[in-house]
Design a protein around this ligand. Structure first.
Ligand code: FAD
Length: 451
């Protein structure tokens, strides 16, 4: 251990309300996320381990950590639940990992707006319990909502269960404001309005330590989980569109191709060899879903209220589909994309004609800034990087927008382009570039954003 690390440990140990973890097993465990879903990232990230992990309980201890990292020029990588898929919480340049799981209070609920102010380390499952008491619930949930934090979701996630109605986290109206600590000679608590908060939303913790969030919530509803068997894949896409254009409340509409269904947990597989549509709707919505299905000679299986199910369909959608498949065979990996509008079936047929049945289709209905769209998280067996890139290139060629889960930076994984405001926020709140180095591509060309 170097003298610098020894000194850092001494300083951290002198801070009140700060847990300091230095043993190798803890450091290794808390320097990983679920990047191993990507064999490409696994190769790059397996050896990246923090020198020290700290867990603050108060704003003062967060500020003290930021100040010490500044003084020692030490990289600082933030961590919530560590459930990200892109290695977002992995410390590329070692240094300090700060996990916010002990900074987790629901600070205030505002009944007149339905907004909630919550500390970043709060688990979404805990936040939803508090909201439920107020007749509310989170609008958007990743399928990892039981173990992921709200700060990690805003910083590293994009959308999920609820995106069929509420779009993505960066759509206006979901994040109302936030508080953050900067990494500077005199770190302080910054209170950012909606506009200023935008650049910290989905920035992988590269431009500020988010300490609390002000979020819009939805009315709490009882969501019923439905499953529909359908023999024809093209028909599942038409039905998905019929359901999302109906005047009903929906939390989720997903399609799993039959080869995927065969690899889901035993309780979900059926004797019928068919594709499956998974839906979460209200009791009122069920009547309309049944009506649409009757017209198509299909029947609806109502599993009951999702909250009360031993096996819920929330564990089979979004990236949990990939999780379930990887539980059977670790060679499964995945892609993420938005299918070309109104050409979804043609697109899938074109890809099938090039790659036979190498790619299995998993679709999710989403709203993109108010427009109903179909996202896909197809699964495929890993062979090598060239094959993967060839598939990505073909998908792009046929019109899909790719959110590549096999890359490290904010821009390549999601946004597609450099967001000047994110870079400017990093220049302002992290001028030494200590926060999660290597994850914001725009930082490399920061000179062009100065002045
Ligand atoms: P972490 O993984 O700990 O961190 C994520 C990023 O946020 C990191 O860059 C970290 O540095 C940063 N960060 C954490 N806390 C802070 C903070 N306080 N301030 C600033 N930056 C911070 N994602 C989705 O969007 N939708 C899904 O449906 C979804 N499904 C998934 C399913 C599976 C099986 C898996 C493995 C992952 C899935 N994910 C999904 C990815 C991930 O689970 C979510 O994005 C989750 O919300 C991340 O939360 P976390 O607390 O685990 O964050």
């Amino acid at each position: 251990m170097s003298n610098k690390i020894k000194k850092l440990i001494d300083y951290f140990n002198s801070i009140d309300d700060l847990e300091v973890l230095v043993n190798p097993a803890d450091r290794k465990r808390l320097s990983r996320d679920f990047y191993n879903y990507s064999p490409v990232l696994k190769e790059i990230l397996d050896g990246c381990i923090a020198d020290i992990v700290v867990r603050p309980k108060t704003i003062n201890s967060i500020i003290a950590v930021a100040k010490i990292c500044w003084e020692f020029d030490t990289p600082l990588t933030l961590r919530g639940g560590g459930t990200g898929n892109y290695g977002q919480a992995v410390p590329l340049d070692k240094g300090v990992v700060m996990q916010l799981n002990n900074f987790n209070k629901v600070e205030k609920f505002y009944p007149e707006t339905g907004f909630v102010k919550v500390q970043a380390g709060c688990l979404m499952s805990d936040l939803n319990k508090v909201l439920k008491k107020n007749g509310r619930e989170l609008r958007l949930l990743p399928s990892t909502w039981k173990t992921a934090t709200i700060g990690g979701f805003i910083s590293g996630g994009s959308g999920g269960i609820g995106s069929v109605k509420w779009g993505f986290l960066r759509d206006p109206g979901n994040l109302i404001g936030l508080e953050a600590v900067n990494v500077s000679a005199s770190p302080e608590l910054l209170k950012l309005d909606t506009q200023k908060s935008e650049s910290l939303n989905h920035a992988y913790g590269t431009n500020g330590i988010i300490t609390s969030l002000l979020l819009a919530t939805d009315i709490k509803r009882d969501w019923y989980s439905l499953v529909i068997d359908c023999k024809e894949f093209k028909k599942t896409i038409n039905l998905l569109k019929d359901f999302t254009s109906a005047a009903i409340n929906l939390k989720l509409v997903a399609v799993l191709e039959k080869e995927i269904v065969d690899l889901m947990p035993a309780w979900f597989r059926s004797k019928i060899n068919s594709h499956k549509i998974l839906i979460q709707t209200t009791l009122g919505g069920l009547t309309t879903i049944e009506h649409i299905c009757r017209k198509n000679d299909l029947s609806v299986m109502n599993l009951g209220k999702e909250d009360e199910l031993e096996n819920g369909i929330s564990d089979l959608v979004w990236n949990h589909t990939t999780l379930q498949m990887r539980a059977k065979d670790k060679n499964w990996t995945y892609l993420q994309m938005l299918l070309p509008l109104n050409e979804e079936s043609q697109f899938i047929n074109s890809i099938k004609s090039v790659f036979d049945n190498k790619i299995l289709w998993h679709l999710e209905a989403v709203s993109q800034q108010g427009v109903p769209r179909i996202a896909a998280l197809p699964v495929l067996k890993w062979t090598n990087k060239n094959d993967l890139n060839e598939i990505i290139d073909q998908c792009r060629k046929f019109g899909a927008i790719i959110f590549n889960p096999h890359v490290l930076t904010v821009e390549e994984g999601g946004l597609g382009v450099i967001d000047a405001d994110q870079v400017k926020a990093k220049i302002e709140y992290d001028p030494k570039g200590l926060m999660n180095p290597g994850k914001l591509k725009g930082w490399e060309s920061r000179e062009s954003f100065l002045g």
